[in-house]
Design a protein around this ligand. Sequence first.
Ligand SMILES: [Zn+2]
Ligand SMILES: [Zn+2]
Length: 355
Amino acid sequence: MFAIRPTSYGGRGCFATSEIPRGTLVHIATTPFTSVIFRDFRKEVCAYCFAYDLGRTWKVRLRGPETAGLWFCGEECRDRWVKEEDPSRELVPVLELIEQAVALARRKSQNSKVGEYDEDFVHEDFSFQSDAIDSLWKHIDGIVISASQLANPLRNPTLNNRVLALEDIEYDSARLVAVAIVRLYLDSHNTSVVPWFTWNGFCSLESHETDLINRLPALLESHIRVFIFLRAIMPNKFQPFVTTANVRAVLGREAANAFGIWQLPLSSESECLGSSIFPSGSYFNHSCDPNVMKTRIGRQMHFTTSRAVREDEELCISYGMMLTMPLQARQDLLQEQWYFGCRCGRCIAELGSEA
Ligand SMILES: [Zn+2]
Ligand SMILES: [Zn+2]
């Protein structure tokens, strides 16, 4: 129905290979490569179907002692998550470690024991070498305009509770990265994975790390903290994959490629409950006059034509709720959140009529 081809304005896009009638389901992105329910909402959003019931806490947890920071709206969702998302049973222990390390470090920090670190959670081979930090910083230095932009650099690289007691946003990022790293580990042991589920499929997306760090320099510190945290706690077999390159690959691709998990039914009042990355869905470019509508159905993303599409026409979605905004507001939002100046047909027409 459509093919992925280079566009005339750069990057790739989806182009209709035949006429497509209005209301045609052109693509289903079945499950995210990685996703996270934001910490504030994790008890209220089903980890499988992303159901949210106005703040009601879901009651169903995983069977067994490891709850892994996951809540489910029912047993069916719980069982499907286990079967589809973690058939190898590699993911739950990692998520559980993150959960426990953060919870314990936060408790200890509150008891003002900062300085003592949680040896129970620190991998025995972990050591923090100053030249490693230097080279990490040097490496990262190259992507920011100037080091003076760093709002709050990690000045004291001592492993302690402050390292493990992640802020909420870092906890969310750590979970997002951990899921991707477990997938990468499984990829390296198993060749029969779904293409869109592979690390390579994921890495075919564009990274916006530089854009993101330049917009929000303080995130650089957060990203480094996430890396150090995962290095400190991830079990041995995952360690070869916990590299700065891989952590940066995930966090750089989350920027501008993530689909927000929005409260349904969607309205201007909807809360953003989490973040998900669907590599196959990321090939749909943005237009302020889109011909494809994206709809979340449970944990799937459905892409349906909102009008008839001609052969060779590009299939475009709207990245956010901006279609009723005036030209400049749309341009500003797209630049700020997705790092591009929109040159869609509608924007060009409106720019022309303004001139
Ligand atoms: Zn559910
Ligand atoms: Zn536009």
